[in-house]
Design a binder for this molecule. Structure first.
Ligand code: AMP
Ligand code: GLY
Length: 427
């Protein structure tokens, strides 16, 4: 089949890598892609939110399947655009409908959904500028730290955790007065959850689902989980504290009620759900839903997936996912992000990258890279995700760090403590 994949990050490089292993693939196109995806398929210079251009391309190239990597086109309704268009309606779209994408696109919607379907999550209330005083009162009923979330998409920056009540009140007022533009016209205030975070992923056709390998993300820029939040500086799968009992609870208390809720609300959902969870003394609570795979989590989840991804996607499109095979590789996967020095604040771009060709024990997924005069250079904050598989986490980490030692670019930064918490947890 002919597949068009939307996106340009390390996640999409990992999608392209897994898709090209499928027996069912004829041609793979990636819009806009990156130099990594160009090694696996054909990059096409189309913006992921330009639905008309995407349409013309799909018609011209006889695309059979659209795989949506990032949330934005989903929140903007690309699924609905395809199913309601005469020329596109037979193309399988792997991704949530516009209404389904509100699980990520609106925190208020997601929280109300969880409340309605008894899905464990932090206690919350939502406020607007008109009810700001009620918001201050609600804050008084909670204990520090205070969690404030912009309702809409805010490029991963819309969650504020405030250490004291005065900062929390000031932050609430700032947010409602436009700190994140339209995204913070409404603000969700919720109870602070304690425990250890883990990300779980499913692929669903709206009826049944496949539980994919779980992962742990390292969100902070600094070692020991210090410093600013980033898109993620590394990931590990499996995660030892997500044992069988915990996974069972996640399935029965969270995933199954989520799918039943989507069904009850008549929301079409044929794609991935990424559930950010807090494990509090063995009990799972939802921190957030995302309607896509994680980045860099995909770079450890897909290498552990023993399945033909396009075969699974076909099952999603025809609502026969329940009949498909999807196994997990026992080995451990780790990925370490090589970032531009300065990220997540300002950093230089256009710095030459060398040495990736010398890596043979790891997979180098490209994220913020571009080609200039035939040379690979940096073009973003997170530049490369260096993934390794091994029988042990120690072995996988050793491979990734040895591979990184072969890669050079000026001001390259990476965390040296990826997976250390899991190693210590085991001891
Ligand atoms: P989100 O964008 O919703 O994933 O939130 C970003 C990060 O904020 C999460 O990964 C958590 O580390 C933290 N966070 C969000 N909500 C809560 C909560 N209710 N309690 C504790 N930490 C939270
Ligand atoms: N790594 C977190 C995310 O993709 O949202």
């Amino acid at each position: 089949m002919n597949v068009l994949l939307l996106g340009s990050g390390g996640r999409e490089h990992a999608f392209a890598w897994k898709i090209t292993q499928s027996k069912k693939l004829k041609n793979l196109y990636i819009a806009p892609g990156n130099p990594g995806t160009a090694l696996l398929g054909k990059n096409v210079n189309i913006d992921i939110n330009d639905f008309e251009k995407i349409k013309n391309f799909c018609v011209k190239e006889k695309i059979n399947m659209l795989v949506v990597g990032s949330e934005e086109p989903l929140v903007n309704g690309i699924y609905d655009f395809f199913v309601s268009d005469e020329q596109l309606k037979d193309i399988a779209v792997i991704g949530a409908s516009k209404k389904g994408a509100m699980l990520e696109g609106s925190k208020d919607f997601a929280k109300e959904f969880m409340r309605k379907y008894n899905i464990p999550t932090a206690r919350y209330k939502t406020f607007s500028l008109a009810t700001v005083n009620k918001g201050f009162e609600f804050l008084e009923t909670l204990k520090a730290p205070y969690v404030l979330k912009a309702d809409g998409l805010a490029a991963g920056k819309g969650v504020m955790i405030c250490e004291n009540i005065d900062t929390a009140k000031a932050t609430l007022a700032e947010m409602l007065n436009g700190k994140f533009g339209a995204a913070s016209q409404k603000v969700v205030i919720e109870e602070f959850l304690t425990g250890i975070e883990v990300s779980m992923f499913i692929l669903t056709d709206g009826i049944s689902y496949k539980l994919l390998p779980e992962a742990k993300d390292y969100k902070r820029i600094g070692e020991g989980d210090k410093g600013a939040n980033t898109g993620g500086m590394g990931a590990v799968s499996p995660v030892c504290f997500a044992d069988d009992t915990f996974r069972q609870k996640v399935c029965s208390q969270i995933i199954e009620p989520t799918i039943a809720g989507l069904h009850a609300e008549k929301i079409n959902y044929q794609g991935f759900i990424f559930i950010g969870l807090m494990n509090n003394c063995g009990e799972p609570y939802v921190i957030e839903y995302n309607v896509r795979m994680g980045d860099p989590e995909t770079e450890v989840v897909f290498p552990r997936l023993d399945a033909d991804l396009l075969d699974l996607f076909e099952g999603v499109a025809t609502k026969t996912l329940g009949n498909k095979q999807c196994k997990t590789v026992e080995q451990t996967a780790v990925t370490v992000i090589c970032a531009s020095g300065g990220y997540p604040d300002s950093y230089k771009k256009g710095i030459e990258i060398s040495g990736t060709e010398n890596v043979n024990e790891s997979i180098v997924f490209q994220a913020g890279t571009s080609i200039c005069d035939d040379k690979l250079q940096t073009s973003g904050g997170r530049v490369l995700a260096v993934t390794s598989l091994d029988d042990t986490i120690e072995g996988a980490l050793k491979k990734s760090y040895e591979s990184i030692a072969k890669i050079r670019f000026q001001n390259m930064y990476f965390r040296k403590d990826i997976g250390q918490d899991i190693l210590n947890y085991k001891k």
